[in-house]
Design a binder for this molecule. Structure first.
Ligand code: C5P
Length: 281
C-alpha cells in the first residue's frame, strides 16, 4: 500500500484577460499557494482499477478526475495501471480550492512511482495539463505564478518562506468554473463591495472572477465584506471561482476567533477551515 496527500490551494491573485481564446479558454495571470487542507489517496495493486471515496456524492466512476488521471497515464504507459484507489476527501467540491485537480496530480505522481515508469516532470506536466488548467500546479504545489490558461507554472522562490494564518469559509453551495468565466464580461459590480487590489507582505491580492460570481451569489460578496470587518483580518478574497472566501490574519488565534464568529453570525452550516497558507515544512 502507498499513501499520498493532496493539498488544496487558494488563489492569492487571479487576473483574467477579457478576450476568450480560440480554444474557449481565457488567458490568466494567477498567484497560487498551497494550504494545509489535504485529501488522502491510498493505492494498492489490484486486478483492475477501482476507486472508492468516503465523501457521499463524489462520483467514483470514470467521470472522477482521479480516474481520468489513471486513463491519461495509461495512454502514455501503453498498459493498464491496475490500482485499487481509496480517496479520503477533506477538500470540499466546487469550492475554488482545486480539490479534484490536486487528487488528479497526485494520482499521476503516485502511478509514476508505483509503476516505476520514471517519467520526467515535463511528461507529467503534459498529462496534467490535459486533465485541467489547475492540475500542473499540484505536481509541485509551491507558491507559483500560473499563466496561459493556468497550466504554465513558474515557482516564485522569493515567496517560498512566506506563510500566514488563514481562515476559510465555504457555504454549502458550489460554483461552476465555466459559469464564472462565461459571465466575465457581461456581469456588473455590486454596489459597496471592495473588488480592489489589497496589498499585504508586498503581495497583491485581487480576484477578477469575483465580479461575475458575486453578481450571481451576493452572499459571497457579503461574506467577503464581513471578513474584511473582522479584527485581525488583513486581507479577504474569494478563491478561484468560489464558493470559498478566505482571510489572512497575523495570528492563528485571530483566524480561529473569526471562524467561530462566522458560524455564529453568518451560517452554522458553513464549512470552515482554520490553518495556514503555504505551510512550512
Ligand atoms: O481547465 P478546466 O477544466 O479546469 O476548466 C474548466 C472550464 O473553465 C473551462 O472549460 C472553461 O470554460 C473555463 N476556463 C477558462 N479559462 C481558463 C480556465 C478555465 O475559460 N483559464
Amino acid at each position: 500500500m502507498a499513501t499520498y496527500t493532496a493539498p488544496a490551494k487558494v488563489n492569492l491573485s487571479l487576473r483574467v484577460s477579457s478576450k476568450q481564446r480560440e480554444d474557449g479558454y481565457h488567458n490568466v495571470d494567477i498567484l497560487m499557494a498551497p494550504i494545509d487542507l489535504y485529501d488522502t489517496l491510498e493505492f494498492n495493486n489490484s486486478r483492475t482499477t477501482t476507486l472508492a471515496c468516503d465523501m457521499p456524492g463524489v462520483p467514483t466512476d470514470e467521470s472522477n478526475l482521479v480516474f481520468k488521471a489513471v486513463r491519461e497515464f495509461e495512454k502514455v504507459y501503453g498498459r493498464k495501471a491496475k490500482q485499487r484507489i481509496a480517496l479520503t476527501k477533506a477538500i470540499p467540491h466546487g469550492a475554488g480550492l482545486g480539490g479534484g485537480s490536486a487528487d488528479a496530480a497526485v494520482t499521476l505522481k503516485a502511478l509514476n512511482e508505483i509503476l516505476g515508469t520514471n517519467y520526467a516532470p515535463e511528461e507529467l506536466q503534459t498529462m496534467a495539463a490535459n486533465l485541467g488548467s489547475d492540475v500542473p500546479f499540484f505536481l509541485n504545489p509551491v507558491v507559483s505564478r500560473c499563466t496561459g490558461r493556468g497550466e504554465i507554472v513558474t515557482p516564485e522562490p522569493q515567496l517560498a518562506g512566506w506563510s500566514r494564518p488563514l481562515v476559510l469559509l465555504k457555504p454549502q453551495f458550489a460554483v461552476s468554473t465555466p459559469y464564472a468565466y462565461k459571465n466575465l464580461t457581461c456581469s456588473r459590480r455590486l454596489k459597496g463591495i471592495n473588488y480592489g487590489t489589497q496589498v499585504l507582505d508586498d503581495i497583491q491580492f485581487v480576484n477578477e472572477l469575483e465580479r461575475p460570481v458575486f453578481a450571481k451569489f451576493p452572499v459571497l460578496a457579503a461574506m467577503k465584506t464581513w471578513l474584511l470587518e473582522q479584527e485581525g483580518a488583513r486581507v479577504a478574497l474569494m478563491s478561484g471561482s468560489g464558493s470559498s472566501v478566505f482571510a489572512l490574519t497575523d495570528t492563528p488565534e485571530q483566524a480561529k476567533a473569526i471562524a467561530e464568529k462566522a458560524r455564529q453570525e453568518l451560517d452554522p452550516t458553513l464549512f470552515v477551515h482554520c490553518g495556514t497558507v503555504n505551510p512550512q515544512p
